[in-house]
Design a protein around this ligand. Structure first.
Ligand SMILES: O=C(O)CCC(=O)C(=O)O
Length: 402
């Protein structure tokens, strides 16, 4: 999850000051923006990512062109990711649960990626979630902009995220919204539906229903996966499941329009998800790549599987035993690509701290305690999420607390 896409106003200014990723000492105490970014905001001019125009254009605006050492590689070899069959686990078979947790643990120690099959999510719901994405992203830009993401917020429509950063922009449009499983006043049952109705109007009620159901299915599936993660880490089946029962998560629809120069651009730049666990469903086009053993590898789409990856917050919860994996998405010149990403996040008050069983003198604490809103704010206001987010955030917190 690249949470580098915060504001929605465009800029054509390329800043000459150093990027915040390159020097953490430039980051002032929260919640101020780094100086150079304020300068960018002052100099804003309009660069609008209108996919209906840009998809046919062979002259790619420079803001979307990635440096040579980060440009996408064609034909990245397939990564043999373990296929974890959840059928036996979901029907209560202890041997199947043990085998599934063994596979999950192996993958998470190695690279943090695995696939799940027989996951129990209705195929029609998945197909509907993709179909409604087409309907939304094929709307004229001004219609989509009714859900425009506001500065400092992580929900809403964003077209290529041209606001906060002025280079290495992703070639994509997204619609993000919150999902909450907290059972305080029953609002969780309609949180997504209410979002669609309030932002886009009553005509979007059916969209809201589909994504409400889809987010609930993802929350349920992620709690099941948390049981497997707990078993595999030896902290018991319920530990992480209970921790995430009141999750405050993010659902994102990713839409990558065709690009006439796909070898210059990236749909989503290289990053580790700062969130806890991501459950991704890709359409049949393909484009997801992960960085393993110093090379980019493809994860081919399969309608019957979800791609699951560990994010930074779970890496911290596991005391660094499980890996948050670096990944990106490439685009192509022929057809749009879609993916549905559910980002599991802890409830706002939950302290991210590993269970005692994962800490000892041979493996002491790797990261300090934090809450998810602290990390979210860090990635929104101070640091463009990349492969070093957790380490930089953790150094920054330690510095701040010392
Ligand atoms: O679309 C994909 O395959 C990857 C999406 C992703 O990494 C993200 O939304 O953070």
């Amino acid at each position: 999850m690249a949470i580098d896409c915060i504001t929605t106003t465009a800029t054509t200014t390329i800043t000459t000051t150093s990027h915040p990723n390159t020097n953490i000492r430039n980051i002032p105490s929260m919640p101020q923006q780094p100086k150079h970014e304020n300068k960018q905001v002052e100099n804003q001019k309009s660069l609008v990512f209108d996919a209906s125009v840009l998809r046919r254009q062979s002259n790619i605006p420079t803001q979307f062109i990635w440096p040579d050492d980060e440009k996408p590689c064609k034909n990245a070899p397939e990564l043999p990711v373990p296929l974890v069959d959840l059928c036996g686990f979901l029907s209560g078979d202890p041997a199947a649960a043990a085998e599934a947790s063994r596979l999950v643990g192996e993958a998470c120690r190695k690279h943090g990626f695995f696939l799940v099959v027989n996951h129990g999510v209705d195929r029609r719901l998945i197909a509907d979630a993709h179909r409604y994405m087409d309907d939304f992203f094929e709307l004229p830009l001004v219609e989509k902009q009714r859900a425009q993401r506001k500065a400092g917020e992580h929900c809403g429509y964003a077209s290529s995220f041209t606001g906060r950063f002025s280079s290495k922009l992703p070639w994509k449009e997204t619609l993000s919204f919150s999902y909450s499983a907290a059972n305080d006043n029953n609002s969780s049952e309609t949180i997504v539906l209410d979002y669609f109705r309030s932002v886009l109007g009553d005509d979007f009620e059916q969209f809201g229903r589909v994504y409400q159901d889809y987010s609930e299915a993802m929350s349920k599936l992620s709690l099941g996966i948390m049981e497997l993660l707990g078993m595999s880490l030896g902290v018991g089946r319920t530990h992480f499941k209970e921790f995430f029962e009141d999750n405050d998560s993010i659902m994102r629809l990713n839409y990558y329009p065709p690009c006439q120069k796909p070898n210059l651009t990236l749909g989503t730049g290289p990053h580790c998800d700062p969130t806890s666990l991501t459950i991704l469903h890709q359409d049949q086009v393909g484009g997801l790549q992960v960085f393993v053993d110093e090379e980019w590898r493809s994860i081919s789409p399969n309608f019957d599987t979800f791609v699951v990856n560990i994010g930074d917050t779970f890496m911290a919860l596991s005391n660094g035993k499980y890996k948050s994996c670096l990944h990106r998405a490439v685009v192509n010149s022929e057809m749009p690509r879609k993916s549905l990403a559910f980002f599991l996040c802890p409830g706002k008050e939950k302290v991210v701290s590993p269970p005692g069983e994962l800490v000892d003198s041979l493996w002491p604490r790797v990261y300090p305690d934090f809450t998810w809103p602290m990390l979210l704010e860090f990635t929104q206001k101070h640091y463009r999420a990349d492969m070093k987010t957790l380490q930089i955030f953790s150094n920054w917190l330690q510095q701040k607390n010392s």
